[in-house]
Design a protein around this ligand. Structure first.
Ligand code: ZN
Length: 331
């Protein structure tokens, strides 16, 4: 399929590279694999050439995880988000305005400033924001996106009508005991999905979508397990906790999943999983993505282009759903 739009495609920046824990990343994720990823995170022209070979018309770029979310000092985080947004726009988007779009990086360490930065980024062309999970706070603490301090950010996202991509990151250090002795499970192979799915459920139970019913969240990796697990969650909350548990929500979790969430195919190229996600969310809420450069554009595209799907669904998932969600009228 030509004309695909991909939404979970990562870049780095000189600032981010300077704080990137290269040794730690290589240790956890494999030195050969990470050497190639590090090189390709800074691709510009080579990335476009690969998009051409794979039938990808547009990729939406975002700062690789954990990005801004791991910076402890709020003023540093705000300055880094601003600098990285300017870098991504100038280096990638301005070089290929018809091929690259971008999700803004935001610093939830200071939600008021983040609301202003989101407004500034969207005014200069960003199509939404990507957030790499919880925000680090001093003392090994963290803030999740449903917590009240984030309200100014959500008000701004809702007012601007832009989606927020909830991207994984590794669980907090204090919550990694279950992986001891099996450290390869901490990241994208396993821990990412558990961390992000739970984060998404917190949003559903918090009442956020009752306050902002049109707000749209994107999750990757065929929905981080939610299409399979949410029906059981909803069932058990109904049995044990009058439907919504101890949260503030007005509806069961499935209601918010179907009205406020999109899922992408990033890094999960499995047709049965895609069909399950379609059956839970509907084909209007699935979006093609690769997760470049952690995944191969060619592998993702050859799977998606040949998956046993109705052609109308392939077209929607590959292109028109994203064009509608992101306001890309010419795509
Ligand atoms: Zn990713």
């Amino acid at each position: 399929m030509s004309g695909k739009i991909a939404l979970e495609e990562h870049v780095s920046t000189p600032r981010n590279n300077s704080v990137w824990d290269a040794a730690g990343e290589a240790d956890r994720n494999g030195p050969d694999y990470m050497a190639e990823v590090d090189r390709r995170l800074l691709d510009v022209d080579d990335r476009v050439a690969e998009m051409d070979r794979c039938g990808i018309a547009i990729t939406v770029l975002s700062l690789t995880s954990p990005g801004i979310q791991s910076i402890l000092d709020p003023a540093d985080a705000v300055a880094a988000a601003r600098a990285d947004n300017d870098f991504v726009k100038a280096t990638y988007v301005d070089a290929y305005p018809d091929r690259f779009a971008w999700f803004a990086a935001v610093a939830l360490q200071d939600p008021d400033q983040t609301a202003a930065e989101l407004q500034r980024a969207v005014t200069s062309g960003a199509v939404g924001a990507m957030i790499n999970g919880y925000t680090d706070l001093p003392g090994g603490e963290a803030r999740y996106l449903d917590e009240p301090d984030n309200l100014p950010f959500w008000e701004t996202a809702a007012r601007l009508g832009v989606p927020v991509y909830l991207h994984p990151r590794e669980p907090l250090l204090s919550q990694q005991r279950i992986y001891r002795g099996y450290e390869s499970l901490i990241g994208s192979a396993w821990g990412f999905a558990h961390e992000t799915a739970t984060h998404a459920v917190r949003l559903m139970l918090s009442g956020l979508f009752d306050r902002f019913p049109d707000l749209q969240i994107i999750v990757g990796h065929l929905g981080e397990g939610l299409p399979l697990m949410l029906p059981r969650l909803e069932h058990r909350l109904r049995k044990q906790h009058a439907g919504i548990g101890l949260g503030q929500a007005q509806h069961p979790v499935g209601h918010y999943f179907r009205h406020n969430f999109y899922a992408t195919t990033s890094g999960h190229f499995h047709t049965k999983g895609l069909l399950d996600a379609i059956s839970e969310l509907g084909s209007d809420r699935l979006l093609f993505s690769v997760d470049y450069p952690y995944e191969d554009m060619a592998e993702a595209s050859s799977w998606f282009d040949n998956a046993l799907l109705a052609e109308a669904d392939r077209h929607k998932i590959g292109s028109t759903n994203a064009a509608r969600l992101l306001g890309m009228t010419g795509a």
